[in-house]
Write a protein that binds this ligand. Structure first.
Ligand SMILES: [Zn+2]
Length: 314
């Protein structure tokens, strides 16, 4: 794929800030590039908020709705081999990031997209991204055969404020309709990336109202994938039973929903064969909720690998 819009000056600036205390150039001295108008401000913000942390700290669960910790974690990830953190663009000074982990084998690889933070008051998805990356990196057969693209925080202002909606009071997960007119700023940032890619599996991480008594997924027609994945997951984690309304429960923890401009429905209608929304029970203690959500995503990816003949190498 072309990385023309992804390889931004921001990244090299950010990398240099990890190893050098050299002061950043004033914005006026930055090269004049059409992307600079939104790159300069996030650069300044990142520089101010980024502080490298030790290994033990980076292994802790990312605290909820903590933008500075999110940036720190992204900065640390960007230093690891096989991982690249880029920005797709920004919304009023806050960047929207893309984490790329490209498959290492020369064979044709499946593209997996993981999204989180579409709803700012559901931070367990954002934190679960980092737990999931740690898990994926212990499974070389996945790293060899899949390209992972991760949008860790689609609604950064909502995340910062702990609000479900964006600053214009729009629920982004109802605003992804393909013919929806002028898109919301966050959607305008992520859609060009989504449109030029072809994803084989998409997981969108959310958390549900406290009244839900377990984890569940929303899908269109993926029972073959989700039934065994949910059965494996249910051995260690609670799965929603009775109480799925307004969703239609097809199997324990597996529901369908009516399309309402969700990211899931937008990508499914764009041709992605497997698009799943994952919901964690918000009543569960945060760190536990994050671990479970990460494991549920991992369980679906494990099953997707099996269905595609990708097995653990001994
Ligand atoms: Zn949500």
């Amino acid at each position: 794929m072309s990385t023309r819009i992804l390889n931004l000056p921001f990244l090299s600036n950010f990398r240099s800030s990890e190893t050098s205390a050299a002061p950043s150039k004033p914005v006026t001295e930055l090269p004049q590039n059409p992307l600079d108008r939104f790159e300069s401000a996030p650069n300044r913000l990142w520089r101010r908020m980024f502080t490298p942390v030790g290994r033990s700290q980076s292994q802790q669960i990312l605290p909820q709705n903590d933008l500075a910790s999110l940036y720190t974690r992204l900065g640390n990830l960007n230093r690891e081999s096989g991982v690249e953190v880029k920005t797709l663009g920004s919304v009023d000074d806050l960047p929207i990031h893309l984490i790329e982990m490209r498959g290492t084998s020369s064979a044709a690889k499946k593209n997996v997209l993981i999204c989180a933070g579409v709803h700012g008051n559901e931070p367990s998805g954002v934190s679960a991204v980092f737990e999931l990356i740690s898990e994926l990196r212990t499974k070389p057969h996945l790293g060899e055969n899949f390209n992972f693209y991760i949008l860790p925080c689609v609604n950064p202002h909502g995340f910062k404020a702990g609000e479900r909606r964006n600053p214009k009071d729009v629920d982004l997960n109802r605003a992804f309709a393909i013919d929806g007119g002028q898109p919301e700023a966050e959607i305008a940032v992520v859609k060009p990336f989504m449109e030029k890619m072809s994803f084989d599996l998409v997981l969108d991480l959310h958390s549900a109202l406290p009244k839900r008594n377990g984890y569940f997924v929303l899908h269109r027609s993926d029972l073959d994938l989700l039934k065994p994945a949910m059965q494996n997951f249910a051995q260690d984690w609670p799965v929603l039973s009775n109480g799925s309304k307004p969703y239609k429960e097809e199997a324990p923890g597996i529901c369908t929903s009516k399309p309402k401009g969700t990211l899931k429905d937008y990508l499914a209608e764009s041709g992605c064969p497997h698009v799943v929304t994952l919901e964690a029970p918000r009543a569960m203690e945060f760190n536990q909720r994050v671990r479970g959500l990460s494991r549920l995503a991992g369980s679906i990816i494990d099953q997707f690998a099996l269905l595609n003949g990708v097995k653990e190498t001994s």
